[in-house]
Design a protein around this ligand. Structure first.
Ligand code: F6R
Length: 596
């Protein structure tokens, strides 16, 4: 993870770097630091987030520099392990995103040659290598350094003797160049520098870039120059402001009706421009991590129902190591960031196996959009809260539109049924709004359960993965232990944990699992648990079984996850808020997981 930024131009670099780091904070907030060049190098860093860094930062004058916000991998979040790292002489400063896998061997060799290490990080070897190879040319030293490194890296360095020059290199971890007028930028992602320019050059693996305020020079690791012109990005920074809400997460939950609409329109545009996949594969494999995996799991039910295509879902981090017997003709990778290393590696594994890959991605220009054979975009816009909400909902919508399209192509879905589902799709924003209207009532309930130490989330069939997602949302932002289970599985062990102190959130919408879910609610009620049920409007039975009920509009079963998920999001949000948690930046987490 980690976020990195570099600037060279006529502005005070400190201001540009700090504003960029604020926007990169979702990538990690264990520690932060900045190095400004101005004849000598001025490096300030500390444990804590960017606001803390700003509070300890003196005036730093200088027109070029680099910055870093850290998600700790090697060594705890303390000042010495913060970036930028400097060499023994204090002439070179370096920031890094990724993991240098051979750092232990390199460290031993460098120490034998007299280098003094001040941190426990894997990164520090790179700055000492730069020092060894430096011969008046930072770009040449960078090229030699990266030859020694194994693993993933986006590296950005400056040298106090090379005024106004920044050198970056990329292998696996993302790096984008922002091209300005008499100024240039480097960053882990576009929003970090979008305030200053919308002209971007995406670096590819195996490339080095050297920036001065007037020039961007891209070369491969061997030094051969690569010509690539900038692309104008179509993104706004509107999403980067809270817009009157207390937290980004709440704002993003309330944006869902709009982004659902945008994704439906976008899916049609995508379809017109034609994401070029075979719409009638015999089998499908979905790979993703975390919340995106849960979306994929819901997608499995949609695809199987509408296209009759056997579909399996696998965690990307596991798929990569599975035996080479997988032969699904279509592999769908789902990632909001398009940068999750495990998912990217799984896509590569699928391609090596000769399989067709489709990426369902939110961030335009991200690595997955370039690496997957075809792309279907979700149109959630920028999501700042670390816990995925609107991006997950748009993944569900994208999967539903894809399932309808494939169903029609396979003729497993009749034209009239497809029309009916499309009509239901259009009603989704309104239906989501009616769930959002229950936010205050969900807050009242959250007050009753926020003292719990543990919770269970139950669902069956297509709402089973929603239970998994509900539990993930609750645990990641409120720190309450929560587990998602299929309703029928509880009695095979976990029921032993259910007491009157264990709230159970049960999805009991009117589908083929309804009666069975009532049975499961009875089982946990009999053990004293408080049951919060999510049911379908018009159901007169459910409140006889559950202590509290929230209702979603009556929609076809395949649409229910989009609505039940919103109840779960609000419940997690209000619980975490009542507990005073850092909702947008939960401890130990980062939004873009670029380590394996
Ligand atoms: C949890 C969350 C994560 C991400 C996961 C994958 O709220 O956001 O579990 O879903 O890290 O990220 P992407 O979708 O960017 O590949």
């Amino acid at each position: 993870m980690c976020g990195i930024i570099g600037y060279t131009g006529n502005r005070q670099a400190r201001d540009v770097i700090l504003s960029g780091l604020k926007r990169l904070e979702y990538r990690g907030y264990d520690s932060a630091g900045i190095a400004i060049g101005n004849g000598s190098l001025n490096v300030i860093k500390d444990k804590g987030d960017i606001d803390h860094l700003i509070s300890v930062l003196p005036v730093m004058r200088g027109k070029f520099g680099i910055g870093h916000t850290r998600w700790a991998t090697h060594g705890p979040p303390i000042k010495n392990n913060s970036h930028p790292m400097t060499d023994c002489k204090g002439q070179i400063a370096l920031v890094h995103n990724g993991i240098i896998e051979n750092n232990i061997t390199l460290r031993e060799e460098l120490m034998k040659r007299g280098h003094v290490f001040r941190s426990e990080t894997d990164t520090e070897v790179a700055v000492h290598l730069l020092e060894e190879f430096y011969d008046g040319d930072l770009e040449a030293a960078m090229r030699k350094t990266i030859k020694e490194l194994k693993g993933s890296f986006a590296l950005v360095a400056i040298h106090n003797g090379e005024n106004g020059k920044i050198v970056g290199a990329r292998n696996i971890s993302p790096l984008v160049v922002g091209v300005g007028k008499r100024e240039n930028f480097l960053a882990s992602d576009v929003p970090a520098i979008l305030e200053y320019t919308d002209r971007m050059i995406y670096l590819l693996d195996g490339e080095v870039v050297t920036l001065t305020k007037d020039r961007v020079r891209i070369t491969n690791f061997e030094g051969k120059e690569i010509k690539r012109s900038w692309q104008k990005v179509d993104m706004t920074l509107e999403g980067a402001e809270k817009g009157g809400y207390d937290h980004f997460m709440l704002k993003e939950i309330f944006e869902q009706p709009k982004v659902i609409q945008d994704t439906i329109i976008g899916a049609n545009l995508n379809a017109e421009s034609g994401y070029s996949i075979d719409l009638t594969p015999d089998t499908i494999k979905i790979i993703a991590c975390g919340t995106s995996y849960h979306a994929g799991y819901v997608g499995k039910y949609m695809l199987e129902e509408l296209t009759h295509t056997p579909t399996t879902v696998e965690l990307a981090s596991e798929y990569r190591f599975s035996s080479d017997t997988h032969s699904e003709p279509l592999v769908i990778g789902i990632s909001q960031s398009g940068e999750t290393t495990d998912t990217l590696s799984a896509i590569k594994t699928a391609q090596k196996r000769g399989l067709d890959t489709l990426g369902i991605v939110n961030i335009v220009g991200s690595t997955m959009t370039r690496e997957a054979d075809s792309v279907l975009y979700t149109r959630a816009g920028l999501e700042v809260g670390v816990a995925a909400t609107k991006t997950y909902i748009t993944q569900l919508v994208a999967l539903l539109t894809l399932s309808i399209k494939m169903g029609v192509a396979k003729e497993t879905l009749g034209i009239d049924d497809a029309r009916h589902l499309t009509k239901e799709l259009r009603k989704l924003p309104k239906n989501v709004r009616s769930v959002l209207d229950q936010s205050d009532a969900i807050y009242e309930l959250a007050q009753k359960i926020s003292g719990a130490k543990s919770m269970f989330f139950l669902g069956r069939n297509i709402n089973f993965p929603v239970a998994l997602e509900g539990a993930l949302k609750m645990k990641e932002i409120s720190y309450i232990h929560a587990e998602g289970y299929p309703g029928g599985e509880l009695k095979h062990g976990p029921l032993a944990l259910v007491t009157e102190k264990t709230p159970v959130i049960a999805i009991a919408v009117k589908d083929q699992t309804y009666e069975k879910m009532l049975g499961n609610i009875g089982e946990v009620s009999a053990r004293g648990a408080t049951v919060i049920a999510i049911g379908t409007e018009g159901d007169r039975e459910l409140d006889k079984y559950a202590d509290y009920v929230f209702y979603i509009p009556d929609v076809p079963p395949l649409f229910t996850p989009i609505l039940t998920s919103v109840v779960m999001q609000l419940l997690a949000y209000h619980t975490a808020n009542i507990l005073g948690c850092e909702i947008d930046k939960p401890r130990h987490l980062a939004k873009s997981v670029t380590v394996e």
